[in-house]
Design a protein around this ligand. Structure first.
Ligand SMILES: CC(C)(COP(=O)(O)OP(=O)(O)OC[C@H]1O[C@@H](n2cnc3c(N)ncnc32)[C@H](O)[C@@H]1OP(=O)(O)O)[C@@H](O)C(=O)NCCC(=O)NCCS
Length: 164
């Protein structure tokens, strides 16, 4: 299994994984609908970097680092924290057949290093309060639960923070 940054050439693999993950969701509220602005910037490194585990040619898990406040602004403002030096770790996904191996936890430990290289000081993540595998993974990766709120879009999210 290899962990690496995704490049634009991996885009079909990422969208295939997203489709697989979306069709296996136990609760649709766990996954915020993808908006066009976010999607357009998936491979714009000033905005987003995706990383993932590959088994051979197959992408089996992925997670994004989002550097633009389009992604994390609402949660940062809710907490009243500085947006400078902040990045969101989001769009965590594991292929439905590959769950149960702590892959999200492993990815979180690896993206912490990537974020540090980028000069990020604080990581923020938002998770649906009932999304147990996601919540457990962030807590095990030493993120702290700061608050739970309802976003303007109507989705409830717990906000987690990790200081690098
Ligand atoms: C969130 C996600 C990435 C985690 O995948 P994963 O790394 O394979 O997670 P695991 O299945 O290894 O589970 C992590 C922990 O949660 C526990 N867990 C998993 N499913 C559970 C459930 N339904 N109820 C209770 N605990 C559960 C596991 O036992 C494990 O805990 P442990 O290490 O103490 O045993 C994956 O579930 C996923 O892709 N979900 C759909 C997309 C999504 O919700 N993304 C998150 C957006 S914030």
């Amino acid at each position: 299994m290899i962990f690496r940054k995704l490049s634009v050439g991996d885009s079909p693999l990422l969208f295939e994984l997203i489709n697989n993950v979306e069709s296996a969701l136990e609760d649709k509220n766990f996954w915020l609908p993808l908006n066009d602005t976010a999607k357009e910037h998936f491979f714009d490194i000033s905005w987003t970097e995706f990383f993932g585990f590959f088994e051979g040619e197959k992408l089996i898990s992925a997670v994004g680092l989002f550097y633009n406040e389009h992604e994390f602004g609402e949660s940062a403002e809710y907490l009243g924290i500085e947006k400078q030096g902040l990045a969101e770790v989001g769009r965590a996904m594991v292929h439905p057949e590959k769950r149960g191996q702590d892959l999200l936890l492993k990815m979180l430990e690896l993206v912490k290093k990537e974020a540090k290289i980028r000069g990020v000081k604080t990581l923020l993540a938002t998770v649906h309060p009932q999304n147990v595998p996601s919540r457990k993974s962030f807590l095990k990766a030493q993120f702290t639960l700061e608050a739970t709120y309802v976003k303007a879009s109507g989705f409830e999210r717990s906000i987690f923070i990790y200081k690098l």
